[in-house]
Design a protein around this ligand. Structure first.
Ligand code: FE2
Length: 373
């Protein structure tokens, strides 16, 4: 049964202020950094590796407006980063949160039942110090708590500035992380919902399952939790019985366990953003032609030109609060696992549930091509 409520009944027990950054473990961070720069419009920002005194791994920090992503690769097969990446493929290791007091958050989280990923530690250099600490979440994913507001360097101690020549492409206009979605095992969605409610003090504000017509096809159940100021929104999916094999099941098979399924990046002009991402070669899921014939009837009056949306393949959904425009990339690696969503909200608080049914054909077509349906 679906529900959605804007009401808050969380406790803000830690509290979490915002997403700080997302760290991916990848097979080849140098090449991945080029992909994120050339395809998604990120800029090189910071670097750590042998040249900065780190002998066993390399990290590139990329930036676009308020979005920071870190790409990390091990320099030997025995490194934990290499083992993680061998199992899951390239993927999200860490959803890092901005907090005021790292040590207090960590201690409180543990008291409330969280498992430690790494104990609080102070990173220091001549530009100051930063405390970080980490707790575990679903699968082999962690949350790092960080506060670098008093640090004078570019990123964290151990990193140096990293500037590369501009690639001379129009800006993709991606502004901030809107939400980050986790796929968990069958029967575990409620467990992880409780985890975010009990430990982080988040509120549970959307639920839908296989009884909702729009999800019968894409065969997923979803709960969404959020923090008080709405900056952190985290849908949690599990597979459901549908007409065909669940897309969540395909993810779990190929990722070899639970993990981050997609990150939604927000733009203030989705038409310009999608135009430039398409020009850069980013591939998106296609909506069937009939989608745009039915669009006005389904979502009513919108400010955008439907013809232009159709040309770019942009999807629209409406809820009680307004509407949103969105589009999903195809998986960005060979394993059918992680992908991005581009989203522009015009009042809507939802996640495009009304598009699931319209998209199911497209998702299934891609699954069938891979022989996974
Ligand atoms: Fe999403």
């Amino acid at each position: 049964m679906a529900f959605m409520t804007a009401d808050w009944n969380g406790t803000e027990s830690l509290p979490i202020e915002d997403f700080h950054h997302v760290e991916f473990y990848v097979g080849n961070a140098k090449q991945a950094a080029h992909f994120y720069r050339s395809a998604f419009g990120f800029e090189a920002f910071a670097y750590s590796g042998p040249e900065t005194g780190r002998r066993d791994a390399v990290s590139y920090v990329l930036k676009q407006n308020h979005i920071f992503i870190v790409l990390t690769t091990a320099l030997s097969s025995r490194h934990p980063v290499a083992e993680w990446q061998q199992k899951h493929g390239d993927g999200v290791k860490d959803i890092a949160f901005q907090v005021t007091d790292v040590r207090a958050c960590f201690e409180k989280a543990l008291k409330l039942g969280a498992k430690e990923a790494f104990a609080p530690r102070e990173l220091k250099d001549e530009k100051g110090s930063v405390w970080i600490a980490g707790i575990q979440t679903y699968g082999d994913t962690i949350h790092t708590f960080v506060n670098r507001q008093n640090y004078k360097g570019c990123w964290l101690p151990g990193f140096r500035e990293h500037k590369l020549p501009s690639l001379n492409r129009p800006s993709a206009g991606l502004k901030f992380i809107d939400h980050i979605v986790g796929n968990v095992e069958l029967g575990k969605m409620d467990h992880w919902t409780e985890y975010y409610k009990n430990i982080f003090g988040f509120t549970h504000f959307i639920r839908f399952d296989e009884t909702d017509i729009s999800t019968k096809f894409s065969a997923l159940k979803s709960n969404v939790v959020r923090n008080k100021n709405w900056h952190v929104k985290m849908p949690l999916n599990e597979p459901a019985k549908g007409l065909k094999k669940s897309q969540i099941e395909e993810f779990l098979d190929f990722y070899e366990g639970p993990g981050v399924q997609h990150i939604a990046l927000a733009t203030e002009n989705i038409v310009e953003t999608i135009s430039s991402l398409r020009a850069n070669g980013v591939e998106f899921l296609d909506a069937p032609d009939s989608y745009y014939e039915e669009l006005s009837g389904r979502v009513g009056q919108i400010a955008e030109d439907v013809k232009q949306l159709k040309n770019l393949g942009i999807l629209v959904d409406r809820d009680e609060e307004g509407y949103l425009l969105q589009l999903f990339t195809k998986p960005i690696e060979d394993r059918p696992t992680f992908f991005f969503e581009i989203i522009q909200r015009k009042g809507a608080l939802g996640f495009g549930q009304g598009n699931f049914q319209a998209l199911f054909e497209s998702i299934e077509k891609e699954q069938a091509k891979r022989g996974n349906l």
